[in-house]
Design a protein around this ligand. Structure first.
Ligand code: AMP
Ligand code: ZN
Length: 117
């Protein structure tokens, strides 16, 4: 069923506690944890607890939870004292998506190039 945990999903396993992560915030609907391969001094992932393959699928099915992910992204930035940061939702393998459970990358703590590579 849409949104249900998937046995083969790394981020569902982090939500379920079967795989450890450095969790920094948790709400009823979201988890925020440090990226294992940080691309900036602050690199945190904010994910919905529910399984959707990408941000667009999440927003279509559960717009309130998509909003929760964005609100938590700001809360993470506040906790990390970031006045500027970037939110990235890689969508599709061609854009670099490797984990097909929706996640926001929160990147900050250094200058960020625009346009991105
Ligand atoms: P993406 O490439 O946009 O799908 O992002 C997936 C992100 O998950 C990458 O930045 C990885 O470094 C990160 N990642 C993979 N495994 C873990 C893990 N066990 N704990 C934390 N972050 C992870
Ligand atoms: Zn999942």
């Amino acid at each position: 069923m849409a949104g249900e945990p998937q046995d083969d999903c790394l981020f569902c396993k982090i939500v379920g506690g079967q795989i450890p992560a450095t969790i920094i915030r948790e709400t009823d609907t979201t988890v925020a944890f440090r990226d294992i391969n940080p691309q900036a001094p602050t690199h945190i992932l904010v994910i919905p607890k529910a399984h959707y393959a990408n941000a667009a699928e999440l927003a279509a099915a559960e717009p309130q939870i998509a909003a929760d992910v964005l609100r938590e992204s700001q809360a993470v930035a506040d906790e990390e004292h970031l006045d500027s940061y970037r939110i990235v939702f890689n969508t599709g393998a061609g854009a670099g998506q490797t984990v097909f459970h929706a996640h926001a990358h929160i990147l900050g703590g250094r200058g960020l190039q625009w346009p991105p590579g």
